[in-house]
Design a protein around this ligand. Structure first.
Ligand SMILES: [Zn+2]
Ligand SMILES: [Zn+2]
Length: 67
């Protein structure tokens, strides 16, 4: 079995990338902070066109697209 390491979007040049759901999930942040994670993704209105993550706030995505 090969282990696939998930990479976050390295092409994201935003200074806020560390606030992006894409990055946080790669760090396993959603596992240690499930409540905060839920708050970010609940009633998602945007989707990242790079990583396919969804979030309520466009500030939490690299390339937000309105859903
Ligand atoms: Zn990003
Ligand atoms: Zn992204």
């Amino acid at each position: 079995m090969t282990e696939e390491k998930k990479q976050h979007n390295l092409e994201c040049t935003s200074k806020k990338h560390k606030d992006h759901v894409c990055f946080l999930m790669c760090e396993g942040w959603h596992l240690t902070n499930p409540a905060e994670y839920k708050a970010l993704v609940n009633d998602a209105e945007f989707r990242c066109r790079y990583c396919d993550r969804t979030a309520k706030n466009q500030d939490n995505l690299c390339g937000p697209l309105k859903l």
